[in-house]
Design a protein around this ligand. Structure first.
Ligand code: HEM
Ligand SMILES: CC(C)=CCC/C(C)=C/CC/C(C)=C/COP(=O)(O)OP(=O)(O)O
Length: 308
């Protein structure tokens, strides 16, 4: 596998590595970013008012490019840490397929370009929120909190919650109750999403010296916290219905999906399995967390269109 990838890079006369375009793509964490971009798209589609389809496409492209820039700068900063973890060791920087400077230039260039383009195509409020999300993910989460505290993802997770606000602001030029409720939903969804995964990749984080919750506080505390945040997330998921911001389509979908999420989170909270290979409840919750956000955000859009 490694041999194949190494063949895709070449070296200049000065010894610098010329990375393949696939490595630049990998730097943007494309799989994670699909959901980030989807929540931004749903924020845009749920917003009242009209935006020209070309501008709408540009706005979503800017969210994708901005999120990709954030991912690239995260990998630029964490090259040494990524080399210590099985899950991340084959990324372009730790695997030696790309120079760190190229990753830095790529990340900064893409970030600046995405913010400026969004400001020019949509408005400067949307661009400012995009800039805040990039800076929040890179500086607050990656550089400051991640290596220091087990609460890193609780606070740092806010970065991933901004896209619905960006999409909404791109159309309306402001933010209001519904996009703020959607921000809260992603914010409180992030701890169960990430800690369910952290339970079965705990050894990786321990080896890399990153103070993720299962490493520093133990598995029992992590399982309890997953359950606690799921309860708050459930309240956030129902808030748009209680505040009459959405109708019965969203209400029914949110109720059913959140009930299922709660069942899976409860199973994790009472599970005492210690072998990461056999942590089926945790793997199930992690996978379902992704499906959950896709469907619930889709339901917001369908609901707003049907009851508009
Ligand atoms: C600080 C907050 C978060 C942390 C620490 C986190 C961490 C992770 C990690 C470590 C993975 C494993 C997959 C990989 O190595 O790429 C993952 C997967 C994933 N995350 Fe998160 N995540 C966070 C927030 C979010 C947010 C806000 C979204 C989207 C709204 C998201 C969407 C996804 C998706 C779609 C995957 C699956 C990717 C795949 O199929 O490989 N995550 N997350
Ligand atoms: C501009 C914008 C909308 C940005 C959103 C960026 C964002 C917060 C994305 C989702 C979170 C994410 C990729 C976490 C990975 O955590 P990690 O970096 O700890 O994971 P790793 O160990 O895989 O590097």
């Amino acid at each position: 596998m490694t041999g194949v990838i190494v063949n895709q890079t070449s070296q200049t006369a000065s010894g610098a590595v010329c990375a393949h375009w696939r490595d630049f793509l990998a730097l943007t964490k494309p799989r994670v970013m699909t959901l980030v971009v989807f929540t931004g798209l749903c924020g845009l589609l749920a917003a009242p008012g009209h935006i020209h389809p070309v501008l709408a496409f540009t706005a979503i492209l800017c969210i994708a490019l901005g999120a990709g820039a954030a991912g690239a700068l995260n990998q630029w900063h964490e090259a040494e840490i990524d080399a210590l973890m099985k899950r991340t060791a084959n990324r372009p920087l730790p695997a030696g397929r790309m120079d760190r400077q190229a990753a830095l230039h790529f990340g900064v260039g893409l970030g600046v370009f995405s913010v400026l383009l969004l400001g020019l195509a949509a408005n400067w409020l949307a661009a400012a929120i995009l800039a805040v999300s990039i800076l929040f993910y890179v500086l607050v989460y990656t550089v400051w909190l991640k290596p220091r505290t087990a609460q890193n993802i609780v606070i740092g997770g806010a970065a991933g919650a901004f896209p619905p606000l960006i999409g909404w602001a791109a159309v309306t030029g402001d933010v209001s109750a519904l996009p703020i409720a959607l921000f809260c939903l992603i914010f409180f969804w992030t701890p169960p999403h990430f800690w369910s995964l952290a339970l079965f990749v705990k050894t990786d984080y321990a080896n890399a010296g990153i103070p993720m919750l299962p490493v520093v506080a133990g598995e029992v505390t992590t399982r309890r916290q997953i359950w606690g945040y799921t309860a708050i997330m459930a309240a956030a998921a129902m808030a748009p219905v209680l505040l009459r911001l959405t109708g019965p389509i969203y209400g029914t979908t949110a109720l059913l999906l959140t009930a299922l999420f709660a069942v899976l989170a409860f199973r994790v909270s009472v599970n005492r399995e210690r072998d990461p290979e056999r942590m089926l409840a945790e793997r199930r919750l992690f996978k379902f967390s992704i499906l959950y956000l896709f469907i619930i955000f889709g339901a917001v859009v369908v609901d707003r269109w049907v009851y508009a």
